[in-house]
Design a protein around this ligand. Sequence first.
Ligand code: SF4
Length: 81
Amino acid sequence: MQEALFEMPEAAGAPLSRAISEMHLAYGVKVDRRCGDCMYFIRYHQSTRWAKCSRTRQTGGSVTEWRAHWSACGLFRDQRV
Ligand code: SF4
């Protein structure tokens, strides 16, 4: 029996965005960590709030907005360290 290469815990719930799926495929998944705790997760506060991952392609649009609850990818670096 072949084991799954990457665990994707959100797969059973809401579909992941293409952007985070690509990060998981490229770098693997850290199932015990969340993007919101990663030093590459950048929060913006203006008239609204949004977040981006600084390690991937960014646009001015919502398609590259990031979610704190997403499972981290293999590039995860703890922002508290
Ligand atoms: S873990 Fe960090 S580098 Fe990886 S996708 Fe999330 S915010 Fe980006």
